[in-house]
Design a protein around this ligand. Structure first.
Ligand code: B12
Ligand code: SF4
Length: 444
């Protein structure tokens, strides 16, 4: 089967600068497709400066594809709708399938608004091997779990497909279709990877916590540690990496596992980064774990602090104490790690006082921060609350406007506090000035 994979254009930015990362979801889809010995090409809009739809002509004019597969992230609804309209005008008969994180929460909306033929809901490891051959042979799709499709002007949603029990059923992402060298040149990429050739690695998926602004939840699943080790080796060799970002939501959740992966990363001699939450950096044994991580090449740790005010944390179900935040930062600083903390302005319960506390936190600990304004995510409690409270009236428009978040400094998607909009916007602008700009890093 010949498949065309499309990575759509996202205007994702950080510190006002485009942020280009090779899409891990699509790289995973490519690995799944390859397992079944299918051929695939990649049309990558993300590497362009502007979304020029004509890029697709280059592929469709040269080959006939059996299936076109597009990955979607929350901010690409408009671009993908335009893209599918454009493709259908040229090539009405090739079935178009979409997949990606947002489809878990709003599958019908995405299918309807984009004009795709089929949407895969949630993980696709088990769905693709059933769905793609069925589409090629024009078979009935109703027994394929985990999809929604169009049939005679109706949307048919099939039985849901449970999440993978173990991640070992999923192949690791295969980045070989990407022009990685172009990604490595992106200033934000270089900021993130400390000026090195790096890629993401997910050693687990999901999270057992239930923060109100997040939609990860649902429990954590991991790859076996020996599989991770093999994958790290392979990635370093194949892509000539100098750095890896273990992009699990909470890398230090299981201390023993984190230790084993850290030790192996240390043997490779590369530098690496990870992400976690404060209470998983200050338990018994965490100080030693952090020391071990640092001694084994961990250079950067990203910590989801979100707010330095206990009431705001509690109201947003963060399940973290201020004392844990302080202890976590001190533990990481003692080991000399570069610390980047996430802060969200405008969480429910935010007050003038809590905003001040966030700035006190930055000053007190002298950490790098990545500040954002709250943008409710479908699938999160806050999103449902925003709908109930009338803060989001039109879900489609809300998604279409999602990129304003990065494009307009004065944009507050929904105000879920008692504060005037300007105060939240201003706090975010001020905090943004404290972030190391991607252009300030050394470029060799
Ligand atoms: C890595 C990552 C990023 C990276 C890279 C994104 C990427 N897709 O490569 C970066 C830093 C760029 C990023 C940015 C953002 N991210 Co992000 N990110 C993640 C993270 C940690 C992992 C994604 C991943 O690789 N998962 C593993 C893969 C294999 O799973 P998957 O993505 O679901 O893909 C499977 C299916 O969806 C499906 N599938 C996917 N594509 C396709 C295509 C086809 C054709 C088919 C058939 C199937 C299919 O098959 C895959 C295999 O099962 C997730 C959290 C998480 N734990 O998953 C958040 C997450 C996806 N991100 C999220 C958000 C909100 C963002 C931002 C908007 C953040 C912001 N406010 O700035 C931006 C959006 C920019 C963008 N365009 O992506 C949310 C999405 C929320 C939602 N409701 O959709 C998540 C879920 C985090 C969270 N809990 O809030 N992100
Ligand atoms: S914010 Fe982090 S800790 Fe909270 S639910 Fe999401 S992934 Fe888990």
């Amino acid at each position: 089967m010949k498949i065309l994979l499309i990575n759509p254009f996202s205007s994702f930015k950080s510190a006002g600068v485009p942020f280009k990362l090779p899409n891990t979801s699509l790289a995973t889809v490519y690995a799944i497709i390859k397992q079944a010995e299918n051929e695939a090409d990649l049309c990558d809009f993300q590497i362009l400066d502007e979304p020029d739809l004509k890029l697709i002509d280059h592929y469709l004019d040269q080959k006939r594809y059996d299936i076109i597969g597009i990955t979607v992230s929350i901010d690409v609804l408009e671009h993908v709708s335009q893209l599918i309209t454009y493709i259908k005008e040229k090539n009405a008969n090739t079935p178009i399938i979409i997949g990606g994180p947002p489809l878990l929460y709003q599958p019908e909306l995405w299918l309807r608004e984009t004009g795709a033929d089929v949407a895969v809901i949630g993980e696709a490891e088990l769905t693709i091997p059933e769905l793609f051959p069925a589409i090629k042979s024009q078979s009935d799709l109703r027994n394929i779990k985990g999809i929604i499709y169009r049939s005679n002007g109706q949307f048919i949603r099939t039985q849901s497909r449970p999440r993978l029990k173990q991640l070992d059923q999923s192949p690791f992402p295969d980045y070989s279709l990407y022009d990685l060298e172009a990604y490595f040149r992106n200033p934000n990429f270089r900021w993130l990877f400390n000026d090195k050739r790096g890629l993401y690695l997910m050693s687990s998926r999901g999270c057992p916590y239930r923060c109100a602004y997040c939609c990860s939840g649902g429990g954590i699943r991991t790859y076996k540690t020996n599989q991770i080790i093999l994958e790290i080796k392979l990635m370093i060799e194949r892509y000539k990496l100098e750095s890896i970002f273990v992009r699990d939501d909470i890398f230090t959740y299981n201390q023993e596992r984190a230790r084993a992966i850290s030790e192996f990363l240390g043997e490779t001699g590369i530098s690496w980064a990870c992400m976690t939450r404060p209470n998983l950096l200050c338990r018994k044994g965490d100080k030693q774990l952090i020391e071990l991580m640092a001694a084994n090449g961990c250079e950067t740790i990203m910590i989801g602090v979100e707010s330095y005010n206990q009431k705001v944390l509690d109201l947003n179900l963060k399940d973290v104490r201020i004392s844990e935040i302080d202890q976590a930062i001190e533990n990481c600083q003692a080991s000399g790690l570069r610390i980047i903390t996430f802060i969200i302005f405008g969480l429910p319960g935010e007050t003038e006082e809590s905003i001040k506390r966030n700035f006190e936190f930055i000053k007190k600990h002298e950490v790098e921060i990545s500040a954002n304004i709250l943008q409710p995510l479908p699938g999160s409690k806050i999103y449902d609350d925003a709908i109930k409270q009338g803060g989001i009236l039109d879900e489609v428009q809300y998604l279409k406007d999602f990129h304003f978040f990065w494009d307009r400094e004065d944009y507050l998607p929904v105000n879920m506090t008692e504060l005037p909009d300007e105060m939240i916007i201003q706090a975010n602008i001020e905090a943004g000035k404290l972030r190391t700009k991607p252009t300030n890093i050394r470029h060799s």
